[in-house]
Design a protein around this ligand. Structure first.
Ligand SMILES: [Fe+2]
Length: 389
């Protein structure tokens, strides 16, 4: 396979991060080093019952850092929750944010930060580079292996009035520190492990095929896909397997480094549209859409998709004709999905024919669509939604 031309200008941003078992317990030490006096710990109700925010709060207090817990973030975090969190941050006199959870608490914490420093409504930051002042120090502690919001310059917030998810994309959204601790993913159930893992695969696949990809994002995307093939199914079937959990956490981190810088594509644009209109779960939407979008996109980036197929275990040979390579690649993605337990379609989750025009319009307006290797029409997007039914 010929290398692509990597001569175009590309930048790459990443937070400071600590990776490995026990990293979460460094929260207090790092907060003290950052001279944080009082942190708002942003998290979700399920996580509270698992005890992770309490563990992090203890680590902060041991180092003399006070904290208040904001435990009210829902999946697909809503704009009103951001504003409530920002009000609490001000009222409690906090000077930093610590997010504990999956993508939702982390995205919410990023948004709370910029609302506080810029004194504006969260919905005013929609789009690329619309944030003037960075938020206060932000430490992210992920508890799932997939979203990589702890790495990325994205925050996705649900505008519940318009029923669309907005993307806030800015270098100022990159956390100051990520404490990436695979031990925190051991409590994830089978489904959550599968859905977040396939979200990570989608990050890697979309960043790899993105028209903003670079040598450095490709390197990260390829390694993420290799690790996902090795570890995803074992993490789903053997939840206590630390090697698989660590492999998936590392894959998520690599995929995050790739997509934060190369951005994403049509899968995420369409998943955001489904999340906004129908409040569907992010990882599962991506998992359902991924192979259908690859099928549509394939001809725009055949070499890259063939590489993806090989990395996922497709037996692609030099003598295979292009149609066979495409078929083998799609089969590799579909097999992984099926074995991870994703067999439902979007219609079973509640998508109807009447939703399609609005879903397509919102997907086409999503920032992630700009870097898809091929620009679809509304009819193309509707067709992909139908195939994913
Ligand atoms: Fe995602």
């Amino acid at each position: 396979m010929q290398d692509q031309d990597y001569s175009e200008l590309r930048k790459f941003v990443a937070p400071e991060f600590v990776f490995g078992a026990g990293a979460a317990m460094l929260a207090g030490q790092y907060a003290a080093n950052l001279s944080i006096k009082k942190a708002l710990v942003v998290t979700g109700p399920v996580l509270e019952t698992l005890g992770f925010p309490g563990m992090v709060a203890d680590s902060l207090r041991r180092e003399g850092v006070a904290c208040t817990v904001f435990p009210d973030v829902s999946p697909n975090p809503r704009h009103a929750e951001v504003m409530v969190g920002a009000e609490l941050f001000r009222r409690e006199g906090c000077d930093a944010l610590v997010a504990v959870g999956g993508g939702s608490p982390m995205d919410c914490a990023k948004a709370i930060g910029i609302v506080c420093t810029n004194e504006r409504h969260v919905l005013e930051f929609e789009g690329v580079d619309r944030v003037e002042r960075p938020g206060p120090p932000l430490i992210c502690i992920p508890t799932t292996a997939g979203t990589a919001a702890d790495i990325s310059q994205f925050a996705i917030i649900n505008d519940t009035d318009r029923k669309v998810k907005i993307a806030i994309v800015s270098k100022t959204m990159v956390p100051d520190l990520a404490l990436i601790d695979p031990l925190l993913t051991l409590t994830m159930g089978e489904e959550l492990t599968a859905h977040t893992g396939l979200d990570a695969l989608t990050h890697a696949a979309e960043a790899f095929a993105s028209n903003a990809s670079s040598a450095i994002t490709d390197l990260n995307a390829v390694e993420a896909m290799r690790l996902i093939r090795l570890h995803l199914l074992r993490a789903v079937r053997e939840p206590d397997n630390m090697e698989a959990r660590t492999g998936m956490m590392l894959a998520s981190t690599y995929a995050g480094l790739a997509f934060s810088n190369a951005i994403l594509g049509a899968v995420h644009a369409m998943a955001h549209s489904l999340g906004g209109l129908l409040d569907m779960p992010h990882g599962l939407c991506n998992a359902i859409l991924l192979d259908h979008v690859i099928e549509y996109n394939y001809d725009a980036e055949p070499m890259k998709y063939a590489r993806l197929g090989s990395l996922l275990g497709a037996d692609i040979r030099a003598e295979d004709d292009p149609a066979l390579v495409k078929a083998k690649t799609l089969e590799a993605v579909r097999t992984l999905k099926r074995e991870a337990g994703v067999t439902v379609g979007l219609c079973e989750l509640g998508m109807t024919d009447e939703d399609l025009p609005v879903l397509a319009r919102n997907a086409l307006a999503d920032a992630c669509m700009l870097t898809n290797p091929k620009q679809p029409t509304a009819d193309d997007v509707i067709e992909i939604f139908k195939q994913s039914c």
